[in-house]
Design a protein. Structure first.
Length: 121
């Protein structure tokens, strides 16, 4: 086995987050330090891409703040991420939806994937 993989496996703190992919709408709760105070801020948006694997994995979330698009890149293994919540599961055909940056209005809507949650007795 590769020496780097062994070191990464030992260092990595296992956090359990829900599975998500490009097109999903998620809320990321992350810690912000201001002076000696610490607070949790939430960033809700659409996942544009997931990149990397293992310790170096990251994901990019895009949201609209007023008329301006804001993107933020989060490392998956960051100690500042408190919680990730999946709000909607989107149906997209690509793993990286960079074309989403150019869309506005109704075209910028992502279809929600139908998840059958009914239980039949």
């Amino acid at each position: 086995m590769d020496l780097m993989k062994i070191v990464e496996k030992e260092i990595a703190a296992e956090k359990s987050f829900p599975e998500f992919k490009a097109g999903d709408t998620i809320t990321v709760s992350y810690k912000i330090k201001e002076g000696n105070k610490e607070r949790i801020q939430q960033f809700r948006g659409v996942v544009i891409q997931r990149r990397g694997n293992g310790v170096t994995a990251t994901f990019t979330v895009r949201k609209m703040s007023g008329n301006i698009g804001v993107e933020r890149i989060f490392p998956v293994n960051s100690p500042f991420i408190d919680n990730i919540e999946v709000n909607k599961v989107g149906s997209v055909r690509r793993a990286r939806i960079f074309y989403f940056r150019n869309l506005t209005g109704k075209k910028a809507k992502i279809k929600e994937k139908n998840i059958n949650t009914t239980k039949e007795a």
